[in-house]
Structure formats: C-alpha cells, structure tokens
Design a protein around this ligand. Sequence first.
Ligand code: ADP
Ligand code: MG
Length: 569
Amino acid sequence: MPIRVLDPQVVSRIAAGEVVERPASVVKELVENSLDAGSSQISIEVRGGGVSLIRVMDNGVGIPPGEAELAFARYATSKVGNLEDLESISSLGFRGEALPSIATVAEVDMVTCAAGEPVGTYLSLKDGVAVNQGSRGRSPGTTLTVRNLFRKLPARLKFLKSPATENSHIAHVVSQYALAFPEVKFALFIDGRMTLTTPGSSRLIDSVTQVYGLEVARNMLEVKNRGWQGGAAIVPPGVTGMVGSPAISRSSRGYLSLFVNRRWVSSRLLARAVEEAYHGLLMAGKHPVAIINISLSPEEVDVNIHPTKIEVKFGNEHIVFTSVQRAVRQALIELVPVPKIEEVATAYISSPPKQISWPSVIGGDSLTDSAPVASQTPAVSLPALRVLGQLLGSYIIAEGPDGLYLIDQHAAHERILFEKIKLQRSRQEVEVQGLLEPVTFEVNPKQEEVLKSHYENLAEFGFTIEPFGERTYLVRAVPSLLYSQDWAGMLRELLDSLSGEGKDDWAEKVAISIACHSAVRAGQVLTNDEMRELIRQLEQVAIPHTCPHGRPTMVHLSTGQLKREFGRS
Ligand code: ADP
Ligand code: MG
C-alpha cells in the first residue's frame, strides 16, 4: 500500500481508542469535566456495565448555547489557551479530546445550561456528528448521556469483561474522585441501585467512611504536611491525606489512592514512597490503605504524558519521593506513641533530647529535602524505665510508669548509633580508627562504579579508601564503631544496595548501614549495667520507638491493658 495520510474518521477512531478504553474511562472523563466545571454535586448513573448507559449530571458552570457543539470538536477546550498554559495545568482536562472521542464511539446527548442563561441547550450526536439540537429547560449545570458504547466497535466490545467487572471499575473511578474531592457531593447509581454517596462535607474522613466503611475510617490517621499552597513555587510539595494503621492493611494495592493536585494518578514512584513509609510495619504481602494528595506548583509536574492523563512526571522525583515517605512515616510514628510523661522524662534526662540536623552536602537551596527531618520529626520522649532483665538474649524487659516495655536490643541500639553517627558527621567529628596495616579491598565492576563516585561520602563517615590497581582498593582507616566488626562485608553490602541515589540518601544509607553493623546483636547476653546504659541512651534520642529502618524498637503493655488481660477493672 502506498503511504498516505489517514482519513479524519480513521484518525478520530484511533484517538478515541486511546482515551476511551472501557466504560470506566468515559465515567472518568465526564466526572473530570464536571469537577473542572466547579460542580458541588455530581450524580452518575450507569446501566448494563456502562455499555447501555452512562449518565453524568452536575450543577457546574454549564456551557453557553453558542459553544455546545464546539465542545465536541476535536481539540476544543476552554481550559488551555496557549503554549504557556500547557506548562502549568491546573484543570483536570486540557486536551479537548474526551467529548469528541466519546461521541465517536457512542451515542451522546447533552443538556446544558450556563449560569445566567434563561434556557438550556440540547444537543444529540451520532457517530460524532450533531443530529439534533435545540433549547431545553434546565437548572444551571450539565447532563451528559452516553448510550450504546462501542456498538460500532465489536472488537472493543468483545474485549470488555462482564458487566459486574465493568461496574466495579466504574465504582472504583468514582470512589477515587470522591476521595479526592470531599467537598463535592457524589452519588453513584448502578442499575438503579444507589452504590455510593458522599455528603460533600469537605471532610476527607466522611468520604473515607462512605467509600471504605466505618471500620477502615476508624483506623485512619491524618497526614498533614503543607508545602506548596499556591502562589510562588516552594518545594517541597505538600502532602496531605489519610493513611490506614497497619492493623487494616490489605492484600492488594487497590486501596492506595494517589492524587497530584487532586488529579487521580497512577505512579509507581508515589506508591513506593508510601509503601516504604510502612517499612517494618506490615506483614509480607500486605499493602496499606492510603489516600495521598500531593500539592505542588503545576510547573513542577507534567501531566501531558498520555491521553488518559493518569501518568505524571515530576520535575524533581527525589523531593517528591522523600516528602511523601516522610509525611506518611510521621503520621504512622505518631500512631505508635510511647506514653509521654513529660515530668518524669525531663527529671530523668539531664540534657534535652537532641534535635539532630542532617546538613545537606549539596548546599544551596537543595536543603529542602533534608532539613525538614529535624524540624518535623516529633520528639517523643520516653518515660524513665527501670530494667528488670533480658528475655531470650534479645529483648530488654523494663518497667515504666505505665506498664511493661519489651525493648528489642538490636533495634534500639541501631537507633542510638544512627543518631550518634549522623550527629558526629554533621559536626565533622566522626571517630576514626586507623588500621595497623592497610587492607586491600576488592570490588566487582558494579561496586566499583558506586565506590568511585562516593569516596568523599565514605570519608565523611570515617573510611579512608584509595585506589590500588585493578578493581582493588586500599583501606587505611574505618569508623571506630566498625573497627572490630566485619567492615568489609558491610562495605560490600552497602555498595551492592546503592545505585543512583542522591547524596543525602546515600549518606542516610551509609549511616544506617554502619549503625546496623555495629549495634549489639540479638542473642548477645547483656549485663544489667549495659542494659541500663542502652535504655538511658535510648531515652535521649529524638525518635526512640523505631529503628532507622522503621521497625519498632519496643512493645508496650500498659497497666490498663494488663488489668484487662487479667480481668480486673
Ligand atoms: P477538556 O476537558 O480537555 O477541555 P473535553 O472534550 O472533555 O475537553 O471537553 C471540552 C470542553 O467542553 C471543555 O473544555 C469544557 O469547556 C466543556 N465541558 C465539557 N463538559 C462540561 C461540563 N460538565 N460542564 C461545563 N463544561 C463542560
Ligand atoms: Mg475533559
């Protein structure tokens, strides 16, 4: 066949295929339009899995009579005017593709009335062409009715799953937007059944209750970390939403809702950031319930990656990742508070808990991704604890003003050392131990790549390493903490686990790794004095109840719990 430009009809069908994959895509596009129109009420009705009917009704700004037909022209939009607008998109729609695409693959009727107009407009389209138009009474807002989806595309129709499955996709889409817009009243009717309603109270917890039920709602924690709030671009981004306590974790990732400036997105980066925040808190194979909205300056994110607009690209992935991870982690840490008995704690701790700052090695304004740690990290003090003994050679049993504490000696020591290492590094006071004889250290090619670019970082932590022939290095000094430990094993493990991290992440990982390799092991018998010293130091760190990997350092059984266990009131 010779080369020729495709016929416009073929073009629009190809394009429609990208936007409208299944009935839920139609629902998504129409709901997004209703939200862009500033609606406070959106009602969605579907029948036959969305194939027979999808109707979305809103009370938004409506479309002026003269523009009704234009809304169905390809690339016709009221949301983007010029090239600059594309750089900072604040509406959900912007491509002007949804309505024409839907009209290409289904029969569409629209009734719309713009505020201030005496009467609304009625428009009916078949095969993308207006076949009927006129005036019709309607209160301000828009109703879009889509019938017989994919009737003329048997291949697409065949690819659809059962109506029940398509319904579940539709319910999922509506649920996501209900979670992203708690100020909007949503109602979803499937085959005449009311499936979901939200009150539009502006409170996220109310939407969560409607979408996931009371049990989940009771176990949600608020994530609050306002970064960008309009106006000048300020990094890091704001991270708000709610996360479920580990107790309500799920076996699928379907309970993770991610929004960027309230656009529902699918992002592995964000999903990973959330999951990492739960590190050590969930059992293997379990996933969190979480609703996270990231707000950042529209220039910081590109939403124009794919016609469905569900993928996004961040200007600075690193900052976004750490902001999300930290905000979620913080919410979770507050969940597992160790009782705060200030008087006892202050009486016991001679110096106030140290706020450790993690200075940026990059300098300049890139402080943003590291500085918040110190200021945002809640300092939760531990009450004075009295050591009672050691259990299984691994746990310290201690008594506090409110019950019993079981402390994981390795995790607790790791936390203590981690903070000590960070502090020493920031003050450039790392304790170094020279080796009696330099030791050769061989690496594989991948390890070498990592090592080559990180001499200085390692030096800041007390390693003196220099090249010595083919893939061989000479180690002259190591951090004192590691002197009598397997520091070569630790280095190798570290080099294997790292790749393209930023310098700050690198530093954090080095500190964790040194702490982990020098902390007392499980199974190591400790004397009473050693245990007391460990507890005393633990009481002075900023976050005593998790290790730097995020695992809990202690389990607390309150006096109340004990009494309940033994049936006393
Ligand atoms: P986009 O959303 O990308 O602009 P669409 O094809 O989805 O493109 O819609 C085209 C235009 O029709 C929109 O820009 C908007 O002006 C108008 N429109 C669509 N749906 C609605 C609605 N529910 N309320 C008001 N205006 C709407
Ligand atoms: Mg749209």
